[in-house]
Ligand binder design. Structure first.
Ligand code: SF4
Ligand code: SF4
Length: 368
């Protein structure tokens, strides 16, 4: 395994981290938690010492499963994370609400401390400012008491906004979505974090499945290697010197083997060099829906991720008819539903890719 320094913390973390949101669904449902816990244990055997978890993952069982594994290893051999925000605490949380949430995570993880505790999922600057105002002092207090080791944040903001947060100097690291699809969109943010001595952890390195589902568009990443497209996509991210840990969501031991192979003999380059290396080779695909699902809650119950996934087909093929094919054959939903959109833009405010959802729905509605 290849290891990197996590910002200025002095912690040495594996270039691949374990994303624990993909424990086997059937095993989770059946309560076979010990079996699921074999995944982090196998990850550690293979050198993966960064385990990223959170409330709600895997039907709210991820922390419990990860804790079973954590209790079976030497605590100092693993860096474990968890997360909190208004969605987990309610809109006007008190210090006690915060503490209860943190204590629940500690109990579930069977540990006295969490290495990286995230101010979770900051979608825009406004939301981040509100979280800072209400929660940051609670984070600091928990850090002083040793319950959390490092205060970090996770975000779906764009590069410029990430820079604003980074410049406050309030965080030791950050977790962001970054991949071969959207890297131009977030690059300035990771550069700024690196310059400021922060660790950078990357989620969603496979673009929410878009990369493995469209391998033909990404074979350029595999040139000169014996890697598969998903492995090459992981390596693409991990090879940024500005990026510390690349999270791989693993359900099976084979997934771990694949991720480990992706960083064998890793070489690091600056984001600038990487952009130059791949210039003109891949499409600029920042405008794709990654299927993250953050746009849920449409008052008209429009299944936005499905429509935006269908729109992705148009971006890939250039044919509007491919949208209708996708809606009919893959999702089995009607085109007419989009006409119910009242353009409230609630979804656009939540969209992690900042997509013009209303406009795209309108376009879909107009296809004859
Ligand atoms: S803008 Fe349209 S699709 Fe988006 S939440 Fe509002 S009604 Fe739903
Ligand atoms: S439309 Fe935006 S928020 Fe919704 S699933 Fe796609 S990328 Fe995520």
């Amino acid at each position: 395994m290849y290891y990197k320094e996590y910002g200025n913390t002095g912690m040495k973390v594996s270039a691949i981290g374990l994303g624990t949101m993909r424990y086997d669904e059937q095993d989770v449902k059946a309560g076979r938690f010990e079996k699921c816990a074999e995944i982090p244990l196998y990850a550690l055997e293979n050198g993966i010492n960064y385990w990223d978890t959170a409330p709600f993952y895997c039907d709210d069982k991820s922390e419990i499963i990860t804790g079973i594994a954590l209790s079976q290893v030497k605590r100092s051999d693993v860096y474990v994370t968890s997360k909190t925000n208004f969605s987990t605490l309610g809109d006007h949380p008190s210090r006690d609400d915060f503490r209860r949430r943190l204590e629940t995570s500690l109990d579930r993880l069977k540990t006295d401390y969490i290495d990286f505790y995230h101010m979770w999922c900051m979608l825009n600057l406004e939301s981040w400012e509100r979280h800072m105002e209400v929660l940051y002092s609670f984070f600091e207090e928990a850090e002083r008491e040793g319950l959390i080791r490092n205060i970090v944040f996770s975000s779906h903001m764009q590069g410029d906004d990430i820079e604003t947060v980074v410049e406050t100097g309030k965080f030791k690291g950050m977790l962001i979505g970054y991949n071969a699809l959207n890297h131009r969109f977030r690059q300035s943010g990771i550069e700024k974090a690196y310059e400021n001595g922060m660790g950078v952890v990357v989620m969603n390195p496979l673009g929410g499945g878009m990369i493995p589902n469209h391998p033909e568009a990404f074979t350029y990443l595999t040139e000169g290697t014996d890697l598969t497209v998903p492995q090459a996509a992981l390596r693409f991210v991990a090879s940024h010197k500005e990026i510390t840990v690349t999270l791989a969501g693993c359900t099976t031991k084979e997934h771990i083997d694949d991720a480990v192979k992706a960083v064998e003999n890793l070489e690091e380059y600056s984001a600038q060099e990487i952009v130059k290396q791949f210039e003109g080779k891949g499409a600029s695909l920042n405008n794709l829906c990654t299927g993250c699902g953050y746009c849920k809650g449409c008052p008209k119950e429009i299944e936005i991720p499905k429509y935006m996934d269908a729109y992705n087909q148009y971006i890939f093929t250039g044919k509007k008819k491919s949208i209708l094919d996708r809606l009919d054959n893959h999702w089995d939903i009607s085109k007419e539903k989009v006409l119910e959109c009242i353009a409230c833009r609630k979804c656009e405010e939540q969209c992690t890719q900042h997509l013009p959802i209303v406009e795209r729905l309108k376009e879909i509605g107009e296809i004859s």
